[in-house]
Design a protein around this ligand. Sequence first.
Ligand SMILES: [Zn+2]
Length: 160
Amino acid sequence: MDREFEWMLNATDLAMLLGVEETWLTELLPGPVQGVPAGRPCEGGLRPGYRWFVAGKPAALVVIGVSTELVVVGVPVVDWHGPGTPVLRTSREEVAERECLAFHRDAGRAWLKTAIRDARVMRERRFRVCVRCGERNPPEWMDSLDRWCHECAAREGAVF
Ligand SMILES: [Zn+2]
């Protein structure tokens, strides 16, 4: 799969894969949608065999993966594999069969709605407030003690 192509996938592609209207989906999602290439196997990251999408800006709040058979809604987790090398993976995945979602239309939409909302809530619960600038940040942008955000730490001369 062409990795450049996957970065260009958007809400239209995700709505088509999920079999729902784009307007319905974008109202549900916490921010703009972008496709993400699956990680190289040696890095872990997102499993191959799925089209992966993140929603939310500036930090991803929800991860959605679609394979030929399954839909996965997960809580985003970012691991640093070296400075400047964030690797996205999921935790707390909710999984449904695509066929089932299409067949039980209303129940399928209700499932998507709940899974997306729950993933977002769980993700935002992991955010921490920087004691220096007072901004709420995702854990991957905080120092190891969850006290300062990377931006403030960098301003103080910390090197990552
Ligand atoms: Zn800060």
